[in-house]
Design a protein around this ligand. Structure first.
Ligand code: PEP
Ligand code: MN
Length: 355
């Protein structure tokens, strides 16, 4: 479906790319909210973020100050001239933010994964002309992400944009949420007019990763960045590890290399990130194939069969050679690939048999 879009006013420092939205993960007190906002304003930031209702993984943590924080955001507007943004997850949140003149809304990753919740928000925004940024759903499902945009658009919301905040995974070795760049890149291919903002704080989960992730987002031609910034990050009530002071934020922004125009390097990094993703999938698929192969090894051992079954080997090599040609590749090349795969597979089975 084509979206019916209207351009959102999104500003960067000194009117330049990238668009920057910055502010604490959570508004904690009037003082912390205002102090942080004033420092950010002095660095040229034009859009302030602060979470008022916080979706937390586990109960018992700080779940946001709630409605009482909305007047603090109004004070930020009055005293700094910045526009203010917050997260909404329910119709009640929408009702409250509209009463308090909030300029920009975002839908969080847990909410955009839930079509009932998105529909409820969309319905409560019917007839209101306000920009809404939709974070990617926690699970890597592009259709669900686009579905959330369609629900809002069907309710008449035309000022739409997205925030890429990475995708949840069991493996949290490097990133808190895996970037899976090919997903926002595919989103841009499908909806080229939609602004894409990268949220390096939630992708990285740690301060050191913010700068490299910002640069990567710029190299991929994203429109902007949403970065968590707190006057005293170590003492933040939520997401302390991934917030930086306004000073550090400004330093990170100044170091960014912004290549302007529709340059080929952007296209090249986009294409490279797609290649990386293909390679990841190739390795995962090969690992799965080897696991199955080991299971076959167990079966052969139990049934006293030989590992090498030449009929099966010939069948694989011939069949894949023909398929390769049908897909525009050389049959000899594919033969080599499958010989190598088969060799590793046999090695794995030998290991099982000798156990
Ligand atoms: C946030 O922006 O603070 C937040 C809760 O983000 P996400 O929905 O991406 O987890
Ligand atoms: Mn956060």
């Amino acid at each position: 479906m084509e979206l019916d879009l209207k351009e959102i006013k999104l500003e960067g420092v000194e009117g330049k790319r990238p668009v920057v939205i910055a502010g604490p993960c959570s508004a904690e007190s009037e003082e912390q909210t205002l102090n942080t906002a004033k420092q950010l304003a002095s660095k040229g930031i034009k859009i302030f973020r602060a979470g008022i209702w916080k979706p937390r993984t586990k109960p018992g943590g700080f779940e946001g100050v709630g409605e009482k924080g909305l007047p603090w955001l109004q004070r930020v507007k009055q005293e700094t001239g910045m526009r203010v943004a917050t997260e909404v997850a329910t119709a009640k949140h929408v009702e409250e933010v509209l009463k308090h003149d909030i300029d920009l809304l975002w839908i969080g990753a847990r909410t955009s994964a839930n079509p009932f919740a998105v529909q409820e928000i969309a319905d409560s925004l019917r007839g209101v002309d306000i920009p809404v940024l939709v974070k990617n759903p926690v699970n890597p499902d592009l259709e669900l992400w686009i579905g959330a945009l369609e629900r809002l658009n069907n309710a008449g919301i035309k000022q739409l944009g997205v925030i890429h905040r990475g995708f949840s995974s069991y493996d949290k070795k490097i990133y808190r949420n895996l970037p899976q760049w090919h997903i926002p890149i595919e989103l841009r291919r499908r909806l080229p007019r939609l602004p894409i903002i990268c949220d390096p704080s939630h992708i990285g989960g740690k301060r050191e990763l913010i700068a490299p992730l910002c640069q990567q987002a710029m190299d991929l031609n994203f429109d902007g960045l949403m970065i968590e910034s707190h006057e005293n990050p170590d003492c933040a009530w939520s997401d302390a590890m991934q917030q930086v002071t306004p000073d550090i934020l400004s330093y990170i922004l100044n170091l960014l290399v912004i290549r302007e125009g529709k340059q080929t390097t952007d296209n090249l990094s986009e294409l490279r990130s797609q290649i990386d993703e293909c390679d990841n999938q190739l390795i995962e698929t090969l690992a799965k194939r080897m696991r199955i192969s080991r299971e076959i090894g167990v079966f052969k051992k139990e049934h006293n069969m030989t590992i090498f079954q030449s009929g099966r080997y010939d069948e694989i090599i011939n069949k894949r050679g023909i398929q390769a040609v049908q897909c525009g590749m050389d049959s000899e090349f594919m033969k080599k690939v499958f010989e190598a795969i088969h060799e590793e597979s046999v090695r794995q089975q030998v290991e099982i048999i000798n156990k």
